[in-house]
Write a protein that binds this ligand. Structure first.
Ligand SMILES: *[C@@H]1O[C@H](CO)[C@@H](O)[C@H](O)[C@H]1NC(C)=O
Ligand SMILES: *[C@@H]1O[C@H](CO)[C@@H](O)[C@H](O)[C@H]1NC(C)=O
Length: 453
């Protein structure tokens, strides 16, 4: 059969050139908008908080990030000289890190006319700090973002006008609730929040937030950053293997504020039940007064030894601890859907929550007499193992790998940034196709954008 090898070569050549025709960047080209440094890198100078007299270092909401957190493009310093994957990450510098990751993406378009989406590298939550920390600026908090809007309208206005802003997206390192105050009269302004998400000029942008409002059309939640940022596939696999074989003698763990609340709520019920137990059924890691900030060992070690990690709402429904738990293979226990299921649909498939988490309605616990510990004690061991295995399968989707990661890792898993960008591109495609078809009303009918895996 002398022709056979030749045929094989022909087929191979055909296959290769076929691949060349399929443009891997089709529909995925991102233009990074060039902004003056006052909208991003200059804002990193807020670190240290020296300029804000009110700042209280124990509370993340009322202080500026410490300057050492700027290391590694906002991931912070490593927790330990020998560790390669763990950092003292301050979530308030997430905007700088996300910017770095977009800069290293494969399909960047230098010319905005070629782009499917426009990334605006504005460090929005850092720019909000003066308004939320300086009492003199309280009445001005409605102007957070106004300078950016003015710049985008004036500088190369065609970029913004091309799709009326529907192809623009940016990241806000915080809860949408903190930036959604009505642009109303000054008397009613709330301390600690701004109106960025209400600015009419930015109304068509997509905002990636760490927590979104339930009905909001313009924002989408992406996972809170944790402290785990591996840069190679073996480092990721080594961690997952450790979480898989870890001995778990603790039944439930709660890491959070350990002061009993004055009114009955789910956190109070958890603390009361745990205080009642003398055995190892329940462990409370006290994270009040910023004790756990930038110290992941404090809660990650106990999480590795626990079977269930409780995720009650705090000041707002979502918490970073949910993602720490998924990474640790500690099955998360949710008390309301707003805690995660109705937030992170691009990263964790909403229809699969039963497979990797436990849902216990908070009303049943606080007012209905349902006991958390005995309910979880009754879950059979093989069920717990199955949920843990599933949580660890999803772990790579909610982690933020380090910038400059190995090609092997980049090709093996989509991490939280990759999935966020995929989600944004899907959404922008939906909106721009509605515009192009001359049916702009169609883009307000929010299709279900969640992933189904
Ligand atoms: C937002 O989009 C709508 C519909 O395309 C358009 O009418 C409106 O002018 C846009 N707003 C801004 C500020 O560009
Ligand atoms: C604490 O234990 C007592 C005695 O077993 C029980 O009656 C009570 O309901 C428990 N309290 C909580 C909050 O679980």
């Amino acid at each position: 059969m002398p022709n056979f090898p030749f045929l094989l070569i022909l087929l191979t050549v055909a296959a290769v050139s076929g691949d060349d025709d399929a443009d891997p960047c089709a529909g995925r080209r991102i233009h990074i908008r060039r902004l003056p440094p006052r909208f991003n890198t200059d804002l990193l100078r807020h670190c240290g908080a020296a300029s804000f007299p009110l700042s209280d270092p124990s509370s993340s909401a009322t202080s500026a990030p410490p300057c050492e957190s700027l290391a590694n493009h906002g991931l912070g310093p490593r927790t330990h000289p020998r560790t390669r994957s763990w950092y003292r990450t301050d979530p308030r510098l997430f905007e700088a890190f996300f910017h770095r990751r977009v800069q290293e993406m494969g399909c960047l378009a230098a010319d905005p006319a070629d782009a499917d989406a426009v990334f605006v590298p504005y460090y929005a939550a850092l720019d909000a700090l003066p308004y939320v920390l300086d009492p003199a600026l309280l009445d001005a908090s409605g102007s957070h973002g106004a300078a950016l809007a003015e710049f985008l309208a004036r500088d190369s206005p065609r970029i913004l006008a091309r799709r009326q802003g529907h192809d623009h997206f940016l990241v806000v390192a915080g809860s949408a609730w903190d930036h959604a105050q009505p642009l109303g009269p000054q008397e009613s302004r709330l301390w600690g929040s701004t109106s960025l998400l209400r600015l009419p000029a930015l109304a068509n942008f997509t905002f990636l937030t760490l927590e979104s409002r339930a009905w909001a059309w313009q924002e989408h939640a992406i996972p809170h950053p944790t402290s785990f940022h591996p840069s190679t596939l073996p480092l990721l696999r080594a961690w997952l293997a450790r979480a898989r074989r870890s001995r778990r003698d603790t039944l439930v763990l709660f890491a959070g504020g350990a002061a009993r609340p004055s009114r009955p709520n789910i956190r109070g019920s958890i603390l009361a039940e745990c205080a009642n137990r003398t055995d190892a059924a329940c462990v409370v890691v006290d994270c009040s007064n910023g004790r756990c900030a930038r110290d992941p060992a404090r809660y990650m070690r106990p999480m590795l030894r626990a079977r269930f990690c409780l995720q009650p709402p705090g000041d707002t429904p979502t918490r970073r601890s949910t993602f720490d738990a998924v990474l640790a293979g500690c099955v998360p226990v949710f008390f309301e859907d707003l805690a995660a299921r109705r937030q992170y649909g691009w990263h964790l498939p909403p229809t699969r929550y039963d497979e990797f988490s436990v849902h216990m309605p908070k009303e049943a616990v606080v007012f209905g007499g349902v006991k958390i510990i005995s309910t979880l004690e009754a879950v059979p061991g093989h069920e717990v193992r199955r949920m843990r295995e599933r949580a660890l399968e999803y772990a790579p989707r909610v982690m933020y790998r380090r910038h400059g990661s190995s090609e092997e890792l980049r090709e093996a898993v989509k991490d939280a940034v990759d999935l966020a960008v995929d989600g944004v591109l899907r959404r922008i495609r939906w909106r721009t196709s509605a515009l192009e078809e001359g049916r702009p009303e169609r883009m307000y009918t929010q299709e279900d954008e969640s992933v189904e895996e």
